[in-house]
Write a new protein. Sequence first.
Length: 335
Amino acid sequence: MKVLDELDLPALPTGRVSHTWIRLAEDGFGEPECIPVIVARGSKEGPTVGLTAALHGNELNGIPVLHRLFERLDCSTLRGNVVGVLAANVPGYHHHRRIFVEGMDLNHRFPGRPDGNAAEVVTHNLTKRVIRHFDALLDLHTASFGRENCLYVRANMSEERTARMAFLQRPQLIVHNPPNDLTLRGAAAELGIPAITVEIGDSHRFQERYIKRTLVGVRAVLMELGLIPKRPLASGPPPVMCRSSSWVYTEGGGLLTVVPRLVETVAEGEIIARRVDIFGKTLAEVRAPRSGVVIGRSTQPVARTGSRILHLGDLALPTDTHILGHDRGAKEILH
């Protein structure tokens, strides 16, 4: 298996799938610290689509999505290249944790710098050696530990290319979310690479229903971009559209019970959680500060002041035409 200093597509054979490692840094032994990468090179010219998994090391649902995707790709009919980074955060992956090293979150360190701290060097090298070779990016994530997510996409829905990728993924919800400069998605956008974030359920586990649905969406994106032959795919219900989202936090501590389920709509003033003290005495009934739809929620009962309760999406309005259009192309594939 090759170990490369950079994603070098011409060095890999066409018409087949290759497994390789790409150096990003050195570990405490002075040995190369590499990320596992799988590459399908088509027999015909075309774009390069990249998918990244486990940028947060305990967010695992994206890995089997990549496994199944590459198992089913036919390189004899593939136009272009599909690149899968199976575990972008190697220390986090090995230690079953979200963070990289020294408490640092890789997805808040992009695009990094070559003379920075450990996380900044890795994000710089990941961007320079891998991401810049992509023509489109799907960054696969899950909820953090102690929370659960539905299957949803974050994307800049006012940009046609990313909006169409989001619609084709056909998640339960789509949140209009222009990329932050410090995220992988933001770094890709700065390079002119259309990118979306796909949030696939929960951390520390494989969830079959989300994995299968995400794979269908990924293949739909590859069809739209011309890498694989187009054929109709069952779409399921259209996604709930959100113009924005934010978390609701506790105002005090105690034991927390969250009431609404994922993808449930709540009205302003509705009870969304109850908080009791360690003796079981009721401390508060928490009410929704506004109406919205539940994107994610806490599964951690022990809560201190400022703990997360609900990730609440603000439903798009008919007047939000800048984020509700751009589904052309999706309708040709999803029916």
